[in-house]
Design a protein around this ligand. Structure first.
Ligand SMILES: Cc1cc2nc3c(=O)[nH]c(=O)nc-3n(C[C@H](O)[C@H](O)[C@H](O)COP(=O)(O)OP(=O)(O)OC[C@H]3O[C@@H](n4cnc5c(N)ncnc54)[C@H](O)[C@@H]3O)c2cc1C
Length: 421
């Protein structure tokens, strides 16, 4: 059952334009929850919807419900700054993110939906010799894992981004690590495309359905309590991002995760000035330009635990200072909008895709700043774990017990410090 008969194409767009746009259909149904499913996915963000999609498409498991307490795209999948990349260093991470990048590259054809995948390149700047050494090492690790990386000197960066402040007395730009295949993807279209692909294969996407409790009998999780009644399932797959600690506490679990606010900002529309994504190497600031012309940027988390989806002014100032140090012309642009999302910050900055000690209960979370780029691989690997009860080969390190085993995946080398990851 594919796409319920409606396949998008250029021809279809022209036909609809000429006939008053009367032939478009809702892209997913609004079903009532059934009493029981094979798999219930808690959280209709990017990861939950991707998991449902790959469960149905790759593993033939279609008796699946995605339960979302709000609406599809209301969480971080619709709040992020849309950056995708696979420029990681550690062996536990890089193959996973490169797998994700390869899935991005074919995603629109795969789910027949325009997600505006734009591989316009991501450039991480360095400002001193130590930064250069670190990026040379990272670039080599990426190439060894089959990804792409180019180390640019100052002239190379200048050619691509003449608007940056190369002579900044404190943070002169010395060069950068470029991943040409990195870029941006329209975030909410990713949620809609996966939702449509999952729904068309029989998955029930149930919005306004908040999970309020776990049904656990004799150490086995047999279902969930929700605002629309009890729903039974053979497997319960939690992936609620910033709400991870709250939902898993319903099963009596404490996670190595803290919830923090991360803000994002968009300026007024400007003429094209930034061809790709740029990150500042001497502070936390990253920026790209949307197709509408707005500069889309962000920086650090707010630094205190919160479940509020809004941020505070000191971080606004801090982010804008980073922007001014990198490209002073940004000071002339007016800020149009800003918002916040709740991040599931793990202690080592790396995620989890794992079974829990409770039979039938699975967990996916701890994505910190970087879960959007992981969406396709996270969905695929979580679906693999749910279908086969063993981890996908690129996600073997994302275990809940890695702290107990001393096997942290400390990509940034800052230790067990969620504030610093
Ligand atoms: C401002 C900002 C900028 C970011 N920028 C980037 C970036 O550029 N690149 C990148 O890779 N990552 C980025 N991220 C991180 C990325 O957005 C997240 O890691 C990722 O989206 C999390 O996965 P998700 O899409 O499944 O989360 P969400 O979309 O948050 O999905 C979780 C869902 O679970 C639902 N839920 C919660 N509790 C319950 C319950 N009890 N019952 C039912 N449903 C529930 C929520 O309503 C939500 O819809 C950014 C995040 C923010 C906030």
């Amino acid at each position: 059952m594919e796409h319920r008969g409606l396949k998008y194409s250029g021809f279809k767009v022209i036909k609809e334009a000429l006939t008053g746009h009367k032939g478009w259909k809702p892209v997913w149904r609004t079903p009532k929850p059934r009493e029981e499913y094979d798999v219930v996915i808690v959280g209709g963000g990017g990861h939950g919807l991707a998991t449902a999609y790959y469960l149905a498409k790759e593993f033939g498991i279609t008796n699946v419900a995605v339960l979302e307490k709000g609406w599809i795209g209301s969480g971080n999948v619709g709040r992020n700054t849309t950056i995708v990349r696979s420029n990681y260093l550690l062996p536990g991470n890089e193959p996973f993110y490169e797998f994700s990048m390869k899935l991005w590259e074919n995603l629109e054809q795969d789910f027949n939906y325009n997600a505006m995948v734009s591989q316009r390149g991501i450039l991480n700047l360095f400002h001193n010799d130590a930064g250069r050494d670190a990026y040379a090492r990272r670039g080599n690790a990426m190439i060894l894992a089959g990804a792409d990386a180019v180390l640019l000197d100052q002239d190379g960066v200048r050619q691509m981004y003449p608007c940056l402040d190369f002579e900044n007395a404190r943070f002169p730009i010395k060069g950068g690590l470029l991943q040409p295949r990195g870029g941006t993807v329209r975030h909410d279209a990713v949620a809609w495309g996966y939702a449509r692909g999952a729904d068309s294969r029989g998955v029930d996407i149930i919005q306004n359905c908040e999970v309020t409790g776990m049904v656990i009998e004799n150490g086995i999780c047999r279902g969930v309590e929700t605002s629309q009644g009890t729903i039974k399932a053979k497997k319960i797959a939690v992936c609620v991002a910033g709400s991870s600690s709250r939902v898993m506490s319903m099963a009596g679990m404490r996670l190595p995760i803290e919830s923090h606010v991360l803000q994002a900002f968009v300026s007024e529309g400007l003429k094209p000035i930034l061809p790709g994504v740029v990150t500042f190497g001497a502070g936390h600031f990253y920026v790209s330009q949307s197709d509408k012309g707005g500069l889309v940027f962000g920086g650090d988390i707010d630094g205190y635990n919160s479940y509020a989806q809004r941020g505070n002014l000191p971080v606004v100032e801090d982010v804008c200072e980073g922007g001014m140090a990198l490209m002073p012309m940004i000071g002339r642009a007016r800020l149009l909008r800003m918002w916040g999302g709740v991040m599931d910050m793990s202690m080592d900055g790396s995620p989890f895709i794992d079974k829990t000690h409770i039979d039938g209960l699975y967990f996916n979370g701890g994505w910190c700043y970087g879960g959007f780029k992981a969406t396709p691989a996270s969905g695929w690997c979580y679906a693999h774990l749910l279908a086969k009860d063993k981890p996908h080969p690129v996600a073997t390190e994302y275990r809940l017990d890695r702290f107990k085993r001393g096997a942290m995946i400390d990509e940034k080398g800052v230790g067990a410090q969620p504030n610093l990851h």
